[in-house]
Design a protein around this ligand. Structure first.
Ligand code: FAD
Length: 526
């Protein structure tokens, strides 16, 4: 059995209080202890231990401060409590096929181990180490391997990301459980405490690798370089899958966690006449500013204190009844080429754990509704085609090799071609272009109206020092694969569990992981 110790618990005489701490004192335990003792009106010598439970930055006032919630142990020494986390060996147990080793697939596999089922993960891409070489080719030569890229491979789209771990809704399930499992596999305990936890591209692959070891050590299977080309079903019941190699793998339960970029999987559903529905998504550009502009705006200072992390922002505006919003903001980040096939451009962002690049990037996208693509009424894949056409246009306008069309912010709003582009982080290169030639007109117009308004909300934001890089098109899946709300199975295929972001049930690392675990929980009750 594997045991992970990941939680400390208090015993008696404990008080939880909120403290306000200056940035330069946030790492000073003695200061925190003395401040807490003063607030509790007790002698500091009575404090035998403390545990920070929550930590957030409050930049609303002139003085930026940390707000922390701390448990103080008074007169009693805290006793560490180990949360036992037990995985039995599952070799020979009932198999569950999991298609895709993204967060949904990996956390589904961990849940299988907890419940004595044998996960068999089938992943089209390579393991994290080998995947790195393909990412280098993407960045240096503009060459896309359709099975190994920023979206496909071990860890899925979340591996070479910023690793932000917050989710908009806690209703989806047990967020803390996901965070604890990440800590058990090597993430720092800070993620259990920070209001905006993140891991970083440099650290995520080690954690993914540790999860792989847990799965393999406990008798699970992981098949890399193995693309699923068919899901085999008979009389409305799933029987297993067929791989591109021709090999068949059988199981009574298949979790489909292939992510939002596996268009071939959506096409498979179309060919098999299995239900799939169009779903609203969002589309736009990635915007990059020099990080110091964002720091100045958010921290109201000329130069960011060394005790504060690079600043973050989140902006939203309704333009003519349509949402325009920032998405997946990466302080100290890099814009990444995230295409999964030849002849298309897709951008996204990542950052290392220290977020120490001089750029701040964020997806800035416009809501795309079903009514925007009238064919969606008759043809469920109309939004997928619409998304793809924009990505192909970006490729053509960029001129090939993943060079992305780009425009300075004020030039974009004024409809002017930029004479020059700012130095930026997108490695395959950027080409000055009119983004009106790439973006659908309603997306273009909504962005043009929203950006100056964002500038009013955040000083310094609206500037020609910022660059818009096209296109941010894979914010979420434009398709939903339906499932029964109680059993989570596809309505036409028993034993098939559409799961994670690709099927339309998650929008990020944590929510995908939770959805993976939820699907396994339903298998238990079948
Ligand atoms: P995916 O992670 O997409 O995994 C699907 C897996 O299925 C892939 O590994 C793929 O190779 C595999 N697959 C596909 N088709 C097949 C097939 N036919 N056969 C076998 N295997 C197949 N989210 C956050 O919450 N925070 C962030 O900071 C963040 N940053 C991001 C940065 C980048 C650059 C990108 C691209 C995404 C980022 N995201 C972030 C989004 C996040 O990564 C996704 O929401 C999440 O990974 C979705 O998980 P998933 O398991 O549903 O799908």
């Amino acid at each position: 059995l594997l045991h992970f110790g990941i939680k400390t618990r208090h015993h008696f005489m404990q008080q939880e209080i909120e403290l306000t701490i200056l940035p330069e004192k946030i790492a000073d335990q003695v200061h925190i202890m003395q401040t807490g003792a003063a607030q509790l009106r007790i002698a500091p010598s009575r404090v035998k231990g403390l545990k920070i439970r929550k930590r957030s930055i409050d930049a609303r006032g002139k003085q930026v401060v940390f707000r922390i919630r701390v448990i103080f142990y008074i007169d009693e020494i805290p006793i560490p409590e180990v949360l036992h986390h037990e995985y039995a060996n599952v070799a020979g147990a009932q198999p569950v096929i999991i298609i895709g080793a993204g967060p949904a697939g990996l956390f589904a596999a961990l849940r299988c181990l907890e419940n004595k089922m044998r996960p068999i993960i089938i992943e089209r891409g390579k393991n994290v180490q080998e995947r790195r070489r393909d990412l280098a080719a993407l960045n240096k030569e503009g060459v896309v391997n359709p099975d190994s890229n920023y979206c496909f491979g071990e860890g899925g789209a979340g591996t070479y990301s910023d690793g932000k771990l917050y989710t908009r809704s806690n209703k989806r399930g047990d967020v803390q459980r996901v965070l604890q499992l990440l800590v058990a596999h090597g993430a720092t305990e800070d993620i259990l405490v920070d209001a905006r936890p993140h891991i970083g591209t440099n650290k995520l692959p080690h954690i993914i690798q540790a999860i792989r070891h847990t799965i393999l050590n406990q008798g699970g299977e992981i098949h890399f370089n193995s693309r699923v080309v068919d899901i085999v079903a008979q009389f409305g019941r799933v029987k297993g899958v067929k791989l591109a190699s021709g090999e068949h793998i059988t199981a009574d339960h298949v979790i489909l966690a292939t992510g939002h970029s596996a268009r071939d999987m959506f096409e498979l559903f179309h060919r098999k006449h299995w239900l799939a529905e169009p779903k609203p998504f969002a589309l736009g550009v990635r915007i990059e500013h020099p990080q110091h502009i964002i720091d100045q705006a958010q921290y109201h200072c000329a130069v960011r204190s060394e005790h504060l992390p690079p600043a973050y922002y989140s902006l939203v505006e309704q333009v003519d009844g349509r949402g325009v919003f920032s998405f997946c903001m990466c302080p100290g980040g890099i814009i990444a080429p995230c295409a999964t096939d030849k002849g298309e451009i897709v951008v996204n962002g990542w950052s290392p754990s220290k977020r120490n690049n001089p750029y701040a990037n964020s997806g800035t996208v416009v809501q795309v509704n079903l009514e925007d693509v009238p064919q969606a009424v008759r043809y469920p894949f109309a939004l997928l085609d619409f998304q793809h056409e924009v990505e192909e246009r970006a490729y053509v306008v960029g001129g090939g090799k993943l060079v992305a069309p780009a425009q300075r912010m004020v030039d974009f709003v004024q409809g002017k071609l930029s004479d020059t582009l700012p130095i930026n982080s997108y490695k395959p290169g950027t080409k000055s272009a009119l983004l009106s030639e790439v973006l659908p007109s309603f997306v273009h117009d909504a962005l043009r109206k929203a950006l100056p308004v964002f500038g009013q909300k955040m000083k310094g934001y609206y500037t020609n020092e910022a660059i818009l890089v096209g296109v941010e098109s894979r914010t979420s899946s434009p398709i939903r694969i339906p499932r029964d709300k109680d059993t989570l199975q596809h309505p036409q295929v028993k034993g098939l569990y559409p799961c994670g972001e690709g099927a339309g049930y998650a929008g990020g690392i944590v929510s995908a992981a939770i959805d993976g675990m939820n699907c396994v929980d339903r298998i238990i009750f079948q």
